[in-house]
Design a protein around this ligand. Structure first.
Ligand SMILES: *[C@@H]1O[C@H](CO)[C@@H](O)[C@H](O)[C@H]1NC(C)=O
Ligand SMILES: *[C@@H]1O[C@H](CO)[C@@H](O)[C@H](O)[C@H]1NC(C)=O
Ligand SMILES: *[C@@H]1O[C@H](CO)[C@@H](O)[C@H](O)[C@H]1NC(C)=O
Ligand SMILES: *[C@@H]1O[C@H](CO)[C@@H](O)[C@H](O)[C@H]1NC(C)=O
Ligand SMILES: *[C@@H]1O[C@H](CO)[C@@H](O)[C@H](O)[C@H]1NC(C)=O
Ligand SMILES: *[C@@H]1O[C@H](CO)[C@@H](O)[C@H](O)[C@H]1NC(C)=O
Ligand SMILES: *[C@@H]1O[C@H](CO)[C@@H](O)[C@H](O)[C@H]1NC(C)=O
Ligand SMILES: *[C@@H]1O[C@H](CO)[C@@H](O)[C@H](O)[C@H]1NC(C)=O
Length: 850
């Protein structure tokens, strides 16, 4: 999905206001231990996080080699990257792929993940569920908890300003102008201007909050919000408050963020004094708007209609007169029932052990991140921080909703927040292949299970609802990616190849009742090999015909890869042929206005075979019409969120053929240069992601190395605005992680394009193979700050001591075997892929993919 960009997003963003913070903010983060410019954590901790001797005991063994290595990668994660100016990153507490995402909610217009690092925005509560980096309407901002140190002029229950606007409070501001917030994996803390210290941690389905009220607080109060989801979309709220136990149960129905559906969510809230006996609440009741109503324990007594602001409010006794009072709030969530929310909370956090829960969450992250190890000699600390922060964001979504699926009963895992596969199929799952195949397998099983119950694979699912499709059926390359890499381990991973293949064929062959939310416009694709602009079907809106067709072609390529391994050679041939259908949208006669050297473009086509015309600059920053290219209901231009110029490069399965269509290597390189020079490359949007690496296919890998490094230097950094657009459920995070690792994946293949890592050594531990693969650069001298030039170009490659056939790609075999890969670097950009016929990365038309 695209960045929040005023003037582009239409129906889905009600307010468009981009805030700017003057100067760099130095929000406290664990990662500041390696950022020299922010000194909120003592340097001694930096030396703990990066040590020259050992790796953490929880980390897998690394290959030998000198140089500083990272012992506690979770300490290096900066959760605040991309938390303002449209990144929509979630910086709160979550487990890897956890449901509960416990975080601060602000009133920022870009509060898709709740938080905004800009301190001008007020806090509205601490909610339990979120997504990361999405667009659409505000998703899952549910069940906010909010502490009051004092209510109204007389500190009365009835005077508490409980409504969403009434309770707004600013954070404390540090001397450098940043808010007093802190985050590390599994933990978030903030100081409010009311003097209340807020801390949050989490298990998979339960948030644990700790509110410390300043000494002297007479009436520490906490409210729970049942209805405000960020969109004011709630209906049918229910809530019960037990005045004796102070337990609150409830839930409501809410609107999906990016589609027509609705969902129900539930919560169960319990309280406990931290270090003292809370006993029971002194006052309790419901609240409605801006007033507490004591003794009201059932919301049905209050509910007057749609969109009311409702919840529960409690007053507790302070711990002691002149010491701070800490109250623990345990918030279970469920998509099944409030009873299940209580059961989840009781089983996951039985003793309200805040520090224990926090440590368990941190350790889980540290183990996961520690499977990727880097040496840091000659590497600036902010690059290490950027790397681990990016890997971290690869593991926020999709979320493990197992046992929380309200739609059907199954023993299979159930995952949700695929928001959207269009964003994540390119890099997120290929990164999981490298170090997290077990979670990847569970996600794949969950996707197959969805297909078995709904007919088609999920595409842009959120909060258990089907949401809008952005292009092709991009679950297909995700399943293909998994299968091509782990088909020899299916029984260990409990994945059925029959069910996987059946799920793929459903997408490829069966047209669903509404291909805006699942599947494909399969019928015309099967008969014509393109999506005509002038076929009006009742089953979906007639949009993005060209970009969808290009994705269908790549989706079919993934299916052909799976069929080949399964020995279904007829199917393999059939789908490889369909993967070649991208040529059907190629109009060789179109040039870019004003630049006739760029000739030939993907273009819309009619049923009768003739082409319509879409200006190649359409949807780009150079579009004279500044067109919207979002989910327009009637859209005859044929492209989604990117220009024809960008989509004309999207043929990862057959770049060799694309080069031929575009006039050979020199013309192809000229076109790539043009895309970067004229700013058609759009760093905010996924279809552009692969373009910097495409020089590989024209045998100029040095240009890919330089361009991809320039992209990092220009668009990605560790500041709060260090993302050019939405993180898109980790799509951008995984993209950056690959670039820093010196790799770029071709999903659904056993090949990874190779450049130089930003580290002298990087290793990947794969738990399924039980092998560690190391990529080491013999003569690493550091990274040029602006990405230009430097001793970074790959001159030659050995794998396990033997010369490797290509300087441009690696085979998955090396990662299965746990190879030692050694790169020789040079400062000469004119390196090549190598000499033999096998030196260029594979393409369908030049023999296909092994
Ligand atoms: C935040 O709240 C303060 C008072 O609590 C108010 O003065 C300020 O205008 C609010 N800011 C925004 C952006 O609403
Ligand atoms: C908030 O205040 C507490 C107590 O003064 C302090 O320990 C903490 O570092 C502050 N900041 C955060 C983000 O917790
Ligand atoms: C409150 O909870 C207690 C303990 O579970 C229970 O005995 C009591 O019946 C509950 N009260 C109400 C009004 O539900
Ligand atoms: C494997 O999948 C089957 C079929 O869904 C399921 O019944 C079984 O519990 C799974 N086993 C494991 C170890 O996950
Ligand atoms: C093809 O169809 C388009 C759209 O209906 C129409 O404008 C065009 O004239 C047709 N061309 C031919 C050659 O039939
Ligand atoms: C042809 O393309 C133009 C420009 O996008 C569009 O306005 C027109 O409606 C298209 N024609 C048809 C028949 O789709
Ligand atoms: C066309 O693009 C090429 C490649 O970027 C550039 O060298 C050339 O100057 C451009 N020509 C015009 C007229 O803009
Ligand atoms: C950090 O990245 C953002 C987003 O791409 C960019 O706007 C900003 O200029 C960058 N900051 C620095 C210091 O490079």
């Amino acid at each position: 999905m695209r960045a929040l960009n005023c003037g582009r997003l239409i129906a889905y963003i009600a307010v468009c206001l981009v805030a700017h913070v003057e100067g760099a903010s130095t929000l406290q983060s664990a990662s500041s231990s390696v950022v020299s410019s922010s000194a909120s954590i003592p340097a001694s901790q930096a030396s703990q996080a990066i040590s020259s001797s050992s790796v953490a005991s929880s980390s897998p063994p690394t290959a030998t080699g000198s140089g500083a290595s990272v012992t506690s990668p979770a300490s290096l994660v900066n959760l605040f990257i991309g938390t303002t100016n449209g990144g929509h990153v979630f910086p709160g507490a979550t487990l890897p792929h956890g449901i509960a995402k416990v975080g601060m909610d602000t009133d920022s217009p870009g509060n898709h993940a709740g938080y905004d690092a800009d301190p001008q925005f007020n806090v509205t509560g601490f909610s339990q569920l979120h997504d990361d980096g999405t667009g659409g309407s505000i998703p899952l901002s549910l069940f906010k908890v909010f502490p009051f140190a004092f209510c109204g002029p007389d500190d009365k229950f009835e005077q508490c300003p409980t409504s969403l606007t009434g309770r707004k409070v600013l954070r404390k501001i540090l001397s450098d102008g940043s808010p007093d917030d802190f985050a590390e994996p599994g933990y978030f803390a903030s100081n409010l201007s009311t003097g209340i210290h807020v801390e949050l941690t989490t298990t998979r389905r339960t948030g644990l909050h700790r509110y410390t009220f300043p000494a002297g607080t007479v009436n520490p109060r906490i409210m729970v919000d049942i209805t405000n989801d960020g969109q004011q979309s709630s209906t049918d709220p229910e809530m019960l408050l037990n005045g004796t136990t102070a337990r609150i149960t409830g839930g409501a129905s809410f609107a999906a963020s990016f589609g027509p559906g609705r969902y129900r969510a539930f919560t169960c809230v319990d309280f406990k004094g931290d270090g003292f006996d809370l006993d029971q609440s002194r006052q309790s009741g419901a609240w409605l708007g801006n007033s507490g109503i004591q003794q009201t324990t059932n919301l049905q007594q209050l509910y007057f209609g749609f969109r009311e602001q409702l919840g529960a409010l409690l007053t507790f006794s302070p711990k002691a007169k002149n010491s701070p009072t800490s109250i623990l709030v345990r918030v279970g969530v469920s998509f099944i029932s409030s009873g299940q929310a209580c059961a989840n909370a009781e089983s996951e956090i039985p003793t309200f052990d805040f520090d224990g829960v926090r440590k368990a969450a941190f350790d889980e992250w540290n183990e996961l991140l520690g499977r990727i190890q880097v040496k840091t000699t000659n590497v600036k600390p902010d690059i290490v921080e950027l790397f681990y922060s990016s890997v971290y964001r690869t593991h926020i979504s999709p979320a493990d909703y197992t046992n929380e699926n309200p739609l059907w009963v199954s023993t299979e895992p159930y995952y949700d927040s695929f928001y959207c596969n269009w964003d994540t199929f390119r890099t997120l799952y290929p990164l999981m292949s490298l170090h997290d195949p077990v979670n990847f397998a569970r996600i794949v099983r969950g996707m197959i299970n969805i297909q078995q119950h709904e007919g088609w694979l999920p595409e842009c699912r959120g909060a258990t609802a089907q949401q809008f499709i952005q292009g092709g059926s991009n679950g297909d390359p995700i399943l293909a990616e998994f299968f091509v890499k782990f088909h020899e381990h299916l029984s260990t991973l409990n994945v059925s190849s029959d069910d996987l293949y059946t799920a793929l064929l459903a997408d490829a062959e069966m047209q669903p009742p509404n291909w805006d939310i699942q599947g494909r416009q399969a019928d015309v694709w099967k008969t014509l090999g393109y999506i005509p602009s002038d076929v009006w079907e009742p089953s979906g809106t007639n949009t993005k015909q060209v970009s969808r067709a290009l994705e269908y072609a790549f989706n079919d390529f993934g299916i052909s890869q799976v069929a080949k391994i399964l020995g279904k050679s007829d199917d393999a041939t059939k789908y490889a042929k369909r993967a070649g259908n991208f040529v059907n949208n190629w109009n060789p006669d179109i040039t870019v206005p004003g630049n006739s050297s760029i000739k030939g473009m993907m273009q819309p086509r009619f049923l009768n075979g003739t082409f319509n015309f879409t200006d190649p600059r359409h949807c780009s920053v150079n579009d004279p019409l500044m067109s919207f290219c979002f989910l327009n209901a009637v859209n005859t231009d044929g492209f989604y969120e990117s220009s024809p110029i960008v989509y004309s490069q999207f043929v990862p399965q057959d770049t060799a053929k694309l080069i031929q269509l575009q006039g050979g290597n020199a013309a192809f390189i000229n076109r790539l240069n043009f895309i970067f020079e004229q700013k058609f490359f759009d760093s905010t949007d996924e279809p552009s992601q692969q373009i910097p690496f495409m020089y590989h296919y024209a045998n100029r890998p040095g240009l890919s190395t330089q361009t991809s490094r320039q992209v990092i230097a220009e668009f990605y950094n560790t500041s709060i605005n260090g993302l050019p657009g939405n993180d898109d459920s980790g799509a951008m995070g995984s993209y950056v992680a690959f670039y820093l690792a010196g790799l770029y994946p071709v999903p659904g293949t056993r090949q990874l394009l190779l450049s130089s890592p930003f580290f002298p050594e990087i290793s990947f531990f794969n738990p399924i193979f039980d092998k560690t693969t190391t990529i080491r650069s013999k003569n690493f001298k550091g990274n040029p700050a602006d990405g230009t030039a430097g001793n970074v170009f790959v001159k030659s490659v050995t794998v396990d001591g033997k010369p490797w056939k290509s300087n441009c790609f690696l085979d998955w075999d090396a990662f299965e075997q746990g190879s030692a890969i050694e790169l020789e670097l040079t400062n000469d950009i004119h390196v090549s892929c190598g000499k033999g016929a096998d030196a260029l990365p594979p393409s369908l038309s030049t023999g296909g993919f092994d």
